[in-house]
Design a protein around this ligand. Sequence first.
Ligand SMILES: CC(=O)SCCNC(=O)CCNC(=O)[C@H](O)C(C)(C)COP(=O)(O)OP(=O)(O)OC[C@H]1O[C@@H](n2cnc3c(N)ncnc32)[C@H](O)[C@@H]1OP(=O)(O)O
Ligand SMILES: CC(C)C(=O)C(=O)O
Length: 541
Amino acid sequence: MESNIVRIFDTTLRDGEQSPGATMTAAEKMEVARALARMGVDVIEAGFPAASPDDLEAVRRIALEIGNSEDGSTVPVICGLARTIEGDIDKAWEAVKGAAHPRIHTFIATSDIHMKYKLKMDREQVLDQIARMVAHARELCEDVEFSPEDAGRSDPEFLYQALEVAIEAGATTLNIPDTVGYTMPDEFGALIAGIIKNTKGIEKCVVSVHCHNDLGLATANTLAGIRAGARQAEVTINGIGERAGNTALEEVVMALHARRQVMDLGTNIDTTQLTRLSKLVSNYTGMSVQPNKAIVGANAFAHEAGIHQDGVLKNTLTYEIMKPETVGLSASKLVLGKHSGRHALKERLISLGYTLDEESLNKLFDRFKTLADKKKTITDADIEALISDEIYQNEVIFTLEGLQVACGTMGLPTATVRLVGPDGETHIHAAIGTGPVDATFKAIDAIVQMDSTLVDFVIHAITEGIDALGEVTVRIATKDLPAVMTAQKEIERPCTFGGYGADTDIIVASAKAYLSAINKMLASTGKYGPVETPAVQAVAG
Ligand SMILES: CC(=O)SCCNC(=O)CCNC(=O)[C@H](O)C(C)(C)COP(=O)(O)OP(=O)(O)OC[C@H]1O[C@@H](n2cnc3c(N)ncnc32)[C@H](O)[C@@H]1OP(=O)(O)O
Ligand SMILES: CC(C)C(=O)C(=O)O
């Protein structure tokens, strides 16, 4: 590995999925893994196989399908997380062994607080467990990562000892987590420098950093660790993750990219795919991205103030430290419209990184034409929204066939909804609510007969103008937990499902988003047969 390349280890599917409410279906995880591989991440941490049979199966599929290449192109390392427990490590190996480059990642806490209160182990016992379990992992797999959990609050001298034991037992990557986001950038940088200086044998290993954002310092700490010599960064798309989240992939990648002269370091990431990945993960998890989020927020490249606009008009360098195109925003100022045909749409999709089978292309083309009738110009963002709305709906149990609402200041808001069910039958229901969206959701609930609570509802316009497509993300939760979810902690991890919808009519977009979340909830009960795999394929490169 070139020493000026920082490996990007993406843990969206493991630590990211630990965000309250960020559960993704197996098909969604596959799609995210495919997109991550296409973007050029070096390692995908695909899950925690010992957590449940579903998690193991999801990692196994990613290892087989994303961790291997038919045409000899580079594929990422596929990694599974395990406690320093033989059963966990064996399950991680079972899950990742089908990949061309499998990795087992095992961890145990080294801070006094964690050892005393959580593990109820002393230092000697922890060292002994590291030695035995890293060696066990190494017997199974050549690539073994070890993490001393809560390293940020561990005694550095003990940390050096623990890492030396892991190196002697065969660890090839040493990952230093600031598990509770406690350290300051100068402290974390000094911790990494101290580890590199004082740990015997460390030159044989890749040093990695894994930071949490409890004090809003995850990216700063990760960069401090990299400056001190770490060459792997553990990150998630949109910074999702446990509590306040993890370090955001897009922030680290773009900091290294935009400040290359200062750090003289780069990554293998195709930065033009960052915006797409952000949207994909946001749509699947139902966790919307705050507008002022660095790199991928809706306002990240917007200039509102007159003086700024004046400066940007004269020279974009006045207020833009990166070009929007570098992160995949408006790479092309539009092209497609009402008179475009299937070939033009197909070409545009290919340049955006998608190939669709004939049936999906036809479906998308119909949606495209309907939209073009309402909207003069179709942007790349519109096309991406149509793909999310039309093609990335992995579980289709009920489909929306019709919707009519009556609302305003006179009378009760009423919605009449027509759905086609799994039996092919049409079901119609009318309901009243506090507003048109509430009435629509109530009518859907009455047809599908499943109790859910709306946890989050976000609506925004994709492009400017009165004819803009509106997109809606929702998150719903159910108390009525299906059996397949009970392997997870019900109280700590309520069972939630994200949904996405796009339409020029925001009530229709809301109904679609709600129905897509409801379909996932219904699919998780296992009553409706195997989950469909998406018909869209990413183009390599
Ligand atoms: C910092 C991180 O992000 S760590 C990763 C967090 N991710 C997860 O927890 C994934 C989801 N987890 C789960 O599904 C469950 O917790 C499981 C299946 C892994 C384990 O479930 P259970 O066996 O019921 O154990 P439970 O979660 O209640 O408690 C954890 C046990 O593991 C022990 N433990 C915790 N970390 C480690 C470790 N790294 N190595 C060894 N043992 C550990 C705890 O001390 C506790 O042991 P105890 O039962 O003897 O007190
Ligand atoms: C398992 C480790 C790397 C972790 O997620 C943490 O400590 O935050």
